[in-house]
Design a protein. Structure first.
Length: 83
C-alpha cells in the first residue's frame, strides 16, 4: 500500500482516547486512525446511496414534500390518514 503522511491537530484528550483505543486493539495510532477513517468513509458512501435511492423512489411515487412522507408513514403505522 502506498502511503502519504500528513499532519493534523487534535485536542489532547482526543489523542489520549485514540492511544487508549489503539492499545486495546493492539494497533498503533496510525493504524487505528486509518481504519476508523476508512470505516467512516464507507458508512458515508452507504448513506449517500440510501438517500439517492430514497430520492429516486420518492420521485417515482410523485412525493414532493416531507409532509407527504410523514403522512404515508402515519397511515402505514396507524391504518388511517392523519387528522
Amino acid at each position: 500500500m502506498q502511503t502519504q503522511t500528513f499532519n493534523i491537530a487534535l485536542p489532547k484528550a482526543l489523542v489520549k482516547a485514540v492511544d487508549k483505543q489503539a492499545k486495546k486493539k493492539f494497533k498503533n495510532r496510525s493504524e487505528l486512525i486509518r481504519d476508523l477513517l476508512q470505516k467512516y468513509l464507507e458508512r458515508e458512501e452507504k448513506w449517500e446511496r440510501i438517500f439517492a435511492y430514497g430520492k429516486r423512489k420518492a420521485e417515482e411515487m410523485g412525493i414532493k414534500s416531507e409532509k407527504q412522507i410523514n403522512d404515508i408513514v402515519y397511515e402505514f403505522r396507524h391504518g388511517r390518514k392523519p387528522r
